[in-house]
Design a protein around this ligand. Sequence first.
Ligand code: SF4
Length: 571
Amino acid sequence: MKIVLVDGYSDEPSGLGVPPYLDVYARYVAGAAWEHDPYSEVFYLTIDQVREKPDLYVKTASKADLLVFLAGVCVPGKYLGGEPIKLAELRRYPLMVEGPVKVLGGPAAKFGIGVEGGRVAKLPSEVANSFDLVVNGDIEVVVSDLLRERLNVEAVDPSRARRSFKEVEGKAVRGAKVVKQHPCYGRNLIVELETYRGCPRFLVGGCSFCIEPLYGPPDFRKPEDVAAEVAALYSEGVDRFRVGRQPDLLCYMAIGVGEQEYPKPNLNAIEKLFRGIRASAPLLETLHIDNVNPGTIAHHPEEAAEALKIVVKYHTPGDVAAMGVESVDPNVMKANNLKVEAEEALRAVELVNRIGAQRGYNGLPHLLPGINFVYGLIGETKETFELNLEFMKEVLRRNLLVRRINLRQVMAFPGTKMWDVGDSIIRRHKAFFKAHKTRMRSEVDQPMLMKLMPRWTILRGAYTEAYGKGLTYARQPGSYPILVCCRSKLNLGLYLDFVVVDYGHRSVTAVPYPIDLNTANRRLLESIPGVGERRAARIMSARPFRRLDEVFKALEDREVAENLVRYATLS
Ligand code: SF4
């Protein structure tokens, strides 16, 4: 059996699969193939590879028995690591191939695909001519069924959901070896780990826009099963992980799930989960988390604090607890059944700072909150934008740190309360949103970044990923990495240390650390605080330096030279 998987990338509230991240879908589907027949040939291609070499894709896929496209719910947006598949490509690429049974799976097939701010194109009608089967159930179990039924699409139910995680575990372990085909393998690959599905707030209907309550009561993976998958991934060479596939890490196997809207964090289970991951991957490089519900913190502050201490004990620094505050406007909160009021959200931010603000070995605080706001919700007015901005300014005034502020427009999915509203509020408030975003970026994001990474902060191990106009972009692999812009063309694919010298709205300008004063180009030298054009020219005409004290003479400014020498080297 020959199977080709085309990963169109996914980006969901719980789960990321845009490079360097690899989400669960491709791994589970590959595992389903190898569970069915260990000798199956599985070829994994990303959509970027397909775009780059369409002929190779056609040649490989034409010889396959089964062609599976995986696509996510993606707002067309910019990602440094790859470009998610577009609706037109989902129609076009399968039609270029003749022979295999063609299947579409992943969140796009389940919920629709984002086409522009707030709009979702419903599938399968949009892609009916391109696929033999559009799976709106769980792709890995439907592929399993399909293989068992000898690829007879009539014999399987495309809406079949997994009965429990038991159906996934074997696939998760077997599918681990597909990671070796990922373009980021051996470089900066981060693998997303799933611990449960479903939101405990399904009891009260959940938030108006969210699909998670549609799964019903949460279904948890056992810590030992997660550890077994990590061991399999680690033995294949994966050393970066994110425990990102769950709506609220603090609710992992929480006490009172199914009875309470906000169950109590289960410290034993969280400890067991993280201990198991660490034991399975003892020399891992990155272990981060993602979503944390501020409502859980507000209702169980003591247990939440203990749970976050466990995270900090086992994780690696630079971690983010992304909190879906969504809106601090009380009217919006009520109309959309959101989780926390402004004061509760502030307390949650304070608590995460208290546990995680200490700086770690890579230059970043251990664990900080991220804040997500959603716009276009029921009850939103002009004042909503003011309240959210004011909330973030209060965070700044209280000297609290936030790693990332995410402002997104709601995407309405079938089955949610927002479906009937659609993008009508977004369209009405388009200008408000645009102005709000600009103000948030300049009045909050940038000052926050300056507090988070003061000038001369040394950032360890940022991976040089891409070039921009006269720039090299680098990021420390992990949750919501901060973009490091360097005004020089550095070799790509390297882990380098940088020192922060300046700020964009959501990025920092940095120079490689230590900076080689004998080889650094003019633009790089000019970007160093206190150096500027004139002194950069003096440095360049005085080199080569043999000793660092010669720099003092060249600059004739003791303070600037002292600072510079502290971060410099001579080749
Ligand atoms: S708390 Fe709200 S946003 Fe979070 S998973 Fe539950 S329903 Fe979704």
